[in-house]
Design a protein around this ligand. Structure first.
Ligand code: IMP
Ligand code: MG
Length: 182
């Protein structure tokens, strides 16, 4: 919690990077990708909280094949240039994933550490398959070798907010993706 005037809050929303309509088209692309994975076996959509909760909600309402949902909270701890895995799962899935095709829905891939670690960890649980869809991808920021299966928007190295993404927990409620700045 921070004390922030409405003017100060609004002044940090620099420019709209991805308008609502473009997000909606991307949701359709993500949902078609998931529909195409369906082979009669169960699909589990997994979202990493909190950033991807709106993305999950919208994709879920657009997918037309049978699927279940689950959530996890993962925190990565790294110091300096250390890039070896150090992810802590502070809230784990409630499903045993081994009978499922897993689809991870992520808000943004930045350094790549979180997903590299989470994917490694979930693969050890032997799901039928594992795919990762990210709404946003900042490849210029990557410090580990990690590429999602589907990146809906590739964006430059900017801090972005809105549509679930925060800056100090604020701005998740914006219906579009904006650039954050002074
Ligand atoms: P990574 O492990 O560096 O790839 O970090 C990914 C996580 O950092 C994302 O899931 C976001 O929660 C957060 N993150 C990275 N860049 C941004 C941003 O520009 N805005 C808001 N959150 C971000
Ligand atoms: Mg996240």
């Amino acid at each position: 919690m921070r004390i922030l005037t409405k003017e100060a809050y609004e002044s940090k929303i620099k420019s709209v990077l991805i308008p609502e309509e473009e997000i909606k088209s991307a949701i359709v692309r993500a949902s078609e990708y998931i529909n195409n994975l369906y082979d009669g076996k169960p699909i589990l959509l997994v979202s990493i909280l909190k950033g991807a909760f709106l993305f999950m909600a919208d994709v879920l309402r657009t997918v037309t094949v049978p699927c279940e949902i689950d959530f996890m909270v993962a925190k990565s701890y790294y110091s300096g240039t250390v890039s070896s895995g150090m992810v802590q799962i502070t809230m784990d899935l409630s499903h045993d994933v081994k009978d499922y095709h897993l689809v991870i829905l992520e808000d943004i891939v930045d350094t790549g550490r979180t997903l590299r670690d989470v994917v490694g960890l979930l693969k050890e649980r032997n799901p039928l398959s594992l795919h990762v869809i990210t709404l946003l991808d900042k490849p210029d920021r990557r410090v580990v070798d990690y590429t999602p299966d589907l990146s809906l928007f590739v964006i430059p190295d900017r801090v972005v907010i809105g549509y679930g993404l925060d800056c100090n927990e604020y701005y998740r409620n914006l219906p579009y993706i904006a650039e954050y700045g002074e």
